[in-house]
Design a protein around this ligand. Structure first.
Ligand SMILES: [Mg+2]
Ligand SMILES: [Zn+2]
Length: 197
């Protein structure tokens, strides 16, 4: 049996929900600045515009779901329990900001490195679409109506493979490679609002 993604469901979340859209957010590089294997509040620096984007998306009828590769668990940099504790904190901050997250889907695996138990080729590590497909099953998400924001091509590949309707490559630092079409989060929200009307 294929290894499954992990899921942290927000303690405030209600039922499975109806067949509506979700805003899927990569974590490092979209929600918080990617300093590499961030796993503590003190290492967390929020990306400008993330709470506005999330509040705006909720107002448009999207549920918020984080989808994050967490090879730091496979590599033994932090345990799954530490990751869950940190996720609990992240969700609490979003709640205080009026931007409730429904869940954080995470891939604890790595194909070649780390602890033997988690050293596997899985179907959840992005660019594979497993986390998005599992979120869709669990929470009744209509993927075609959904939106994904990532900071790497592998995030967008996962979205594309899952059939997510709209994909944005975000640039949290504002350092945009001239080849890449990257959006800051305020521009993502404007575009979502534009397409909704
Ligand atoms: Mg990222
Ligand atoms: Zn995985």
């Amino acid at each position: 049996m294929a290894p499954h993604p992990g899921v942290f469901i927000d303690p405030r979340a209600g039922g499975a929900g109806s067949d509506g859209p979700a805003l899927f957010l990569d974590r490092d590089g979209v929600i918080n600045i990617d300093h590499g294997y961030v796993s503590t509040p003190s290492a967390t620096q929020w990306v400008d515009g993330i709470f506005d984007l999330c509040r705006g998306a909720i107002a448009l009828g999207y549920r918020l779901i984080v989808v994050t590769n967490q090879a730091g668990i496979a590599r033994g940099y932090y345990t799954e329990a530490q990751f869950l504790k940190y996720s609990h904190w992240v969700h609490a901050v979003f709640h205080e900001q009026g931007a409730d997250l429904l869940a954080t889907m995470y891939c604890p695996h790595h194909p070649t490195a780390g602890l033997e138990r988690l050293r596997v080729i899985c179907s959840c590590r992005k660019p594979a679409p497993g986390m998005l497909l599992e979120a869709s099953r669990r929470f009744n998400v209509n993927l075609a109506l959904s939106v994904l924001v990532g900071d790497k091509p592998s995030d967008l590949e996962a979205g594309s493979a899952a059939g997510v309707g709209r994909l944005y490559l975000a640039s949290p630092t504002g350092m945009v490679d001239s080849q890449a079409k990257a959006w800051d989060l305020a521009a993502v929200l404007s575009d979502m609002q534009c397409k909704a009307t």
